[in-house]
Design a protein around this ligand. Structure first.
Ligand code: XUL
Ligand code: CO
Length: 439
């Protein structure tokens, strides 16, 4: 049985290839900065957008008919999806996948049946992982779609819903461990509020921290060694999400003594919803030592919501890979395409074409970023820009040898030296040159 007849494994053909179903820049075995592109990029497929999304949007229902969704039995359909998804990943050369519990198996009549269904599907996934060598980058819980989470999950005003969310996370952690998942993600789907008129933010945040501490304790108990990640997002579905951005999440983790247990999963479209650039969020995670993983996608500057488009903007992929390489690489993380084809891209091969577009854009970004770093383009410029802290009064400031009184005496005696140009436009044109010239 094949779900993608006529599509062979996607091969690297190089930048001059005109074949749509071929990689132009992603050459898995090519070495860039000491590792193969496959090792550097650690691409992952998002199970939900790729195998459960049918093209619906805020204004209309499904627009796609998928060959693996033929059965009327929801469990049979779930099993077919597993087979289709592994055939897809094999053919698209995607080495990892990410999933929510509810993506892989339909909910049953109660939690017990739901968990039994998960066990059945996990067994099928494990067989396919063994057959193909494809791995699990991360698992997570969908504690936002069900109507029981109208007030949130860990931040619900309803303690029985808190308990249910905890039970769901417990099971999702167990199956993620069973599948060898390298990380476990918390995206606070409805952990936020619509109005402060009915919300006890102090209690909700304390409870959210309690939930995360329980996850940490349970991981220790069952020997789950994957990295915990929090995925910030400022809004949507709630008006204000508690995990607004990296800086907010860091302040939260530090307040509740969870900072050494969690890293951040940065999503490009979430960064821009927070009025940051993708690079800003990656940079803040990097300088704080918490860059865990990446949800690779892009938003649309003219739309105010999370459009989850496949990433094709080379400036963004270059500057993202720059931050990632400067952080020492992805280590346990990966580039998960938390992205979906457009509603009108209704054909099955659009899935391949969109992943190829994203993988090529990041592969090119990786090569450009590596060259920029090798040539120390920004590093040397920055070293020179901040040189005044290398000696004299600057060095005294850095070494905490002076306070206000000494600095006042210095300013009275010396004034300031003239400022020199920040050369922004020069640097932007050098970046263009590297993007255009890097082969
Ligand atoms: C939602 C989002 C999620 C998380 C996992 O915007 O990005 O799919 O990545 O729950
Ligand atoms: Co995401």
């Amino acid at each position: 049985m094949t779900y993608f007849p006529g599509i062979e494994t996607i091969q690297y053909e190089g930048p001059s290839s005109k074949k749509p179903l071929a990689f132009k820049y992603y050459n898995p075995e090519e070495v860039v900065m000491g590792k193969t592109m496959k090792e550097q990029c650690r691409f992952a497929m998002s199970y939900w957008h790729t195998f459960t999304y049918m093209g619906s949007d805020q204004f209309g229902g499904a627009s796609m008919v998928r060959p693996w969704d033929g059965s009327n039995d929801s469990m049979e359909k779930a099993i077919e999806r597993v087979h289709a998804s592994f055939e897809f990943m094999e053919k698209a050369q995607i080495p990892f996948f990410c999933f929510h519990d509810r993506d892989i198996a339909p909910a049953g009549k109660d939690l017990k049946e739901t968990n039994e269904r998960l066990d059945i599907i996990v067994a099928v996934i494990k067989e396919e992982m063994k057959r193909t060598g494809i791995k699990c980058l991360w698992g997570t819980t969908n504690a936002f779609s069900s109507e029981i989470f109208v007030h949130g999950a860990g931040t619900s005003c309803n303690a029985t819903v808190f308990a249910y969310a905890a039970a769901q996370i417990k099971k999702a952690m167990e199956i993620t461990k069973d599948l060898g998942g390298e990380n476990y993600v918390f995206w606070g789907g409805r952990e936020g509020y619509e109005t402060l008129l009915n919300t006890d933010t102090a209690l909700e945040l304390d409870n959210f921290a309690r939930l995360l501490q329980m996850a940490v304790d349970y991981a220790e108990e069952i020997g789950f060694t994957g990295q915990f990640l929090i995925e910030p997002k400022p809004k949507e579905p709630t008006k204000h999400q508690y995990d607004f951005d990296t800086a907010t999440v860091l302040a939260f983790l530090r307040k509740y003594n969870l900072a050494d247990k969690f890293k951040i999963n940065i999503e490009a479209n979430h960064a821009t919803l927070a009025q940051h650039t993708f690079q800003h969020e990656l940079n803040q995670a990097r300088i704080n030592g918490v860059l865990g993983s990446v949800d690779a996608n892009q938003g649309d500057p003219l739309l105010g919501w999370d459009t989850d488009q496949f990433p094709t903007n080379l400036y963004d992929t270059t500057l993202a890979m720059y931050e990632i390489l400067m952080a020492g690489g992805l280590t346990k993380g990966g580039l998960n395409f938390d992205a979906k084809v457009r509603r009108a891209s209704v054909e099955v091969d659009d899935l391949f074409l969109s992943y190829i577009a994203g993988m090529d854009a990041f592969a090119k970004g990786l090569k450009v970023a590596a060259k920029l770093i090798e040539d120390r383009v920004f590093e040397d410029f920055k070293a020179n820009r901040y040189a005044s802290y290398q000696d004299g009064i600057g060095k005294d400031i850095m070494e905490k040898k002076v306070g206000f009184k000494e600095l006042e005496a210095y300013a009275l005696a010396n004034g300031t030296t003239p400022n020199v140009s920040g050369r922004q436009e020069l640097l932007e044109s050098i970046l263009n040159q590297y993007i255009l010239e890097t082969k």
